[in-house]
Design a protein around this ligand. Sequence first.
Ligand SMILES: [Fe+2]
Ligand SMILES: [Fe+2]
Length: 351
Amino acid sequence: MLAKPSESCNTVEVYGNDIPGLLGEVEAAETALREAAARDTEAAHGEAAYFDAVIKADQKIEPRDWMPDSYRKTLIRQIAQHAHSEIIGMQPEGNWISRAPTLKRKAILLAKVQDEAGHGLYLYAAAETLGVSRDELVELLLAGRQKYSSIFNYPTLTWADVGAIGWLVDGAAIVNQVPLCRCSYGPYARAMIRICKEESFHQRQGFEILHTLSHGTEAQRAMAQGAVDRWWYPSLAMFGPPDADSTHSAQSMAWKIKRFSNDELRQRFVDMCVQQAGVLGLTLPDPDLRWNEERQAYDYTQPDYDELMRVIKGDGPCNRQRMAHRRRSHDEGAWVREAAAAYAKKRAADA
Ligand SMILES: [Fe+2]
Ligand SMILES: [Fe+2]
């Protein structure tokens, strides 16, 4: 019988003539390890092949499915950024809830801003299925390590800005997000279906505010035009940098997270807005905007991408204000989180 080496410092004496037997055992163990490694590799190949097949067949990857690490990380980054945008995006319009011109406008705006909070919740929940907690993501936002859409770093100077945000910003969000309803990750795609339905209400309410103003007094019409002049180019920048400079696009397209390129979506948005601006009786602030018969699309002036990069890096008109407000609200909400956690604990104990 073999003694454990620790029971004697003289292993040769203990093992004695058992050395050939011991070598046999080591060999058998090594073979078992090799076989297990081969099985794991085969399983990993099987899982990777399954993942590839699901993507190819336009089906959904679900939380329990195997997925490449980089796919998971890309989704966490994108969904978190999307969730943060919904939450920070409540601020520019929240600024006008107390000053909305009528009770009806106030009620509509309240409901709209509340919808955005709901979108943030669906999206944090979708991100949690990938193995991160909402707390972690919120911490990353507050520490400035995750981004939100740079559009929300612009100020809302007049009531017409609420209309322009609904029409242009929510409009751009719809163009961006409708293809995400077919994204390859199931929980994200399903969250987007509901979000898009609500976004289309947001877009209409913005359009209706601008329509009322543009058909009102001369001062109201000028206010509507001023807001469209301010929000047009930042809205075009919402689609991100041009395709040639877009770092994440190619891989996201291959994984079917993204279905159309930044430039394709931007073009779609421009073509949609030109028609609607006509109905509003407002002018899009681009002297070079014209129909291109050959391309069957409008030619337009690109937004200032240097400005976009400056705003993304934290130097927009309201970056500091937005983050300071979010941090303050987070601190002030600590008691609500504590109360909710205590209640959940009590419920769990009762059950
Ligand atoms: Fe939203
Ligand atoms: Fe919205």
